[in-house]
Design a protein around this ligand. Structure first.
Ligand code: SF4
Length: 439
C-alpha cells in the first residue's frame, strides 16, 4: 500500500513525520511522492503558526485530493484543533489530534482500520507506546543530520503565539530513551544529531530526573560517542551558566551554533509580546556565549509589525540586529492568531508597513550573513555532508557554525553522507561558501 507524508511547519513536525514514515515503512507500507498520483492514503502533518501557514494547509489538502482522488486523507498537527469543521467539510477520512500523533502505533492502527486492516495493524498490536520509545530513529535516507525530539509543548504564552494552545503542556522524553535513540543513530553512521523540541530549554521540567537540558547534554556526551550535537533553537533565558559551562567543557562535541529567537529590539514591544527578557539581557547573554565559543554562529528570529510597533520600535530592532551581528536572520511578519492575546489587540499594523519593515530588516540580515560568510573564508570548517546535485556533481553540507559549504565530489558520495569532514573554505558561492575537495 502506497502512502505519502507531507509536512508543513517546524522541525518538530519534520521530526515527527520522519518517525511516522519510518514506522509505516517498517510495517510494510511504501512511501511515495503524492505527485505520482498513485496514493492509497496520505498524511498531512500541519502547522498553524500564521494565517499563511493555514492557507498552505488548505491549498495542499486540495492539491493532493485533486491528484489522488481515491486516496484516504489523514490530517494531524497544529492546524487540527481550531479547524476541525473545515477538515470535516472537506471529507478528511481521519483527523488525529496533535497530542495523539506521538502514539505512532495507535495512529498506524487507526490508518489500518480506514484502509481495511493491513500490516500496520499487526505491528500496532505488538508495540504499544510512543514514538519516543523507538530507539532506532528515522531511516537513513531521510536526513543526513537526523533530528532527535526531546521535548514538546510550551507554557510560556507569548502574546502572539498559538503554540501553547495547539501543543499543550511541557512534555519531555526521558534521558534513557534519548540516549538509546542517539546510540542507534550513531550506529547507523550519523556524525551529527540535532536536538529538537518546541521549547527545549524547558526540558525535564515534567520529569523526575530534574537535571534539565544541561544534564541531558552532559549525559549524551558521556554515554554516546556521537561526534556532534546541535541544539536547534533555545530561548535566551535558558542559555544559563550551567549550559554554557557544559558546552565549554565539551566544545569539540557541540556545533558552534545557537539559534536564539529575539523577536524585537524594543523593550516595550518585548513586554507587550510577553517575552521574559530585555534587549540588554539578550545582548549580555550572546556576549557570554561568544566568550565561550568566539566563532559561534548566533542566528535569530525577528518579528515585524507586532500590534503597536512604531517606527521607533522598528528602528530599535534594526539597530539591535546590526549591533548583535547575527549570522542569520529569520524574519516573520506578525500574523493574528485566534485565541491569543495579541489577536485581540486593536492597534494592528497595516500590511504595507509590515511588508516594508520586513524588506528592510531582511536586507540587513543578508548584509550580516554575507559578512559572516566572508569572515569564514580561508578557515577550516567541519562540514556534515548532506546532498549531491545529480547534474553537476556538486556536494553540499552544513558546517558546525551553520554555513552551507559546497565542494566537488571526488570520493564516493554515499560513503560521505552524514559524515563530518574538514574542508577549507575558499570563496563565496551561491548561498554559502565553496571549498577545496577533501583530500
Ligand atoms: S516560547 Fe513563546 S514563541 Fe516560543 S513556542 Fe512558547 S509561546 Fe510560542
Amino acid at each position: 500500500m502506497r502512502f505519502s507524508i507531507n509536512t508543513l511547519g517546524c522541525r518538530s513536525n519534520l521530526c515527527e513525520s520522519d518517525e511516522i514514515s519510518s514506522e509505516l515503512e517498517r510495517s510494510g507500507f511504501q512511501k511515495v511522492d503524492y505527485r505520482d498520483g498513485k496514493l492509497h492514503f496520505c498524511i498531512i502533518n500541519t502547522c498553524t503558526i500564521t494565517s499563511e501557514a493555514d492557507r498552505k494547509v488548505r491549498q495542499l489538502l486540495r492539491r493532493i485530493k485533486k491528484t489522488n482522488q481515491n486516496a484516504k486523507m489523514v490530517v494531524t498537527g497544529c492546524f487540527v484543533r481550531q479547524n476541525r469543521s473545515f477538515l470535516e467539510d472537506n471529507e478528511v477520512d481521519l483527523i488525529i489530534d496533535n497530542e495523539k500523533k506521538d502514539d505512532i502505533y495507535s495512529m498506524a492502527s487507526e490508518i489500518a482500520k480506514i484502509m481495511g486492516d493491513g500490516p500496520a495493524a499487526v505491528r500496532a498490536r505488538q508495540k504499544p507506546g510512543s514514538i519516543y520509545n523507538n530507539s532506532f530513529g528515522p531511516r537513513i535516507r531521510y536526513h543526513s543530520r537526523p533530528m532527535v525530539k526531546i521535548q514538546d509543548g510550551c507554557e510560556q504564552h507569548c502574546s502572539y503565539c498559538i503554540i501553547p494552545i495547539t501543543r499543550g503542556k511541557y512534555r519531555s522524553v526521558d534521558s534513557g530513551s534519548v540516549i538509546n535513540k542517539v546510540r542507534g543513530l550513531e550506529k547507523a553512521g550519523f556524525d551529527e544529531i540535532v536536538l529538537t523540541g518546541i521549547n527545549i530549554g524547558k526540558y525535564g521540567l515534567d520529569l523526575e530526573e530534574r537535571h534539565g537540558l544541561p544534564g541531558l547534554v552532559e549525559k549524551l556526551v558521556d554515554k554516546t560517542n556521537i561526534k556532534r550535537i546541535r541544539i536547534s533553537s533555545i530561548e535566551v533565558n535558558e542559555v544559563d551558566d550551567r549550559l554554557l559551562s557544559v558546552l565549554s567543557d565539551n566544545r569539540e562535541r557541540f556545533a558552534r551554533h545557537l539559534h536564539i529567537p529575539l523577536q524585537s529590539g524594543s523593550d516595550s514591544i518585548l513586554k507587550s509580546m510577553r517575552r521574559p527578557y530585555s534587549g540588554q539581557f539578550f545582548m549580555e547573554k550572546i556576549s557570554k556565549a561568544r566568550e565561550v565559543f568566539p566563532d559561534i554562529a548566533i542566528t535569530t528570529d525577528v518579528m515585524v509589525g507586532f500590534p503597536g510597533e512604531t517606527d521607533e520600535d522598528f528602528n530599535k530592532s534594526l539597530g539591535f540586529v546590526e549591533e548583535a551581528g547575527f549570522a542569520r536572520l529569520h524574519v516573520f511578519k506578525f500574523s493574528s492568531r485566534p485565541g491569543t492575546a495579541a489577536g485581540k489587540m486593536n492597534n494592528k499594523i497595516g500590511s504595507f508597513i509590515k511588508n516594508e519593515r520586513s524588506r528592510l530588516i531582511r536586507e540587513l540580515g543578508m548584509e550580516l550573513r554575507n559578512k559572516y560568510m566572508e569572515h569564514n573564508i580561508g578557515r577550516n570548517l567541519d562540514v556534515v555532508v548532506e546532498k549531491i546535485d545529480g547534474e553537476d556533481g556538486l556536494v553540499s553540507g552544513i558546517s558546525g557554525n551553520y554555513i552551507k559549504v559546497y565542494f566537488r565530489n571526488v570520493i564516493d558520495y554515499s560513503k560521505l553522507r552524514g559524515k563530518i569532514i574538514k574542508l577549507k573554505a575558499e570563496k563565496k558561492f551561491r548561498d554559502g561558501l565553496f571549498a577545496a575537495a577533501p583530500g
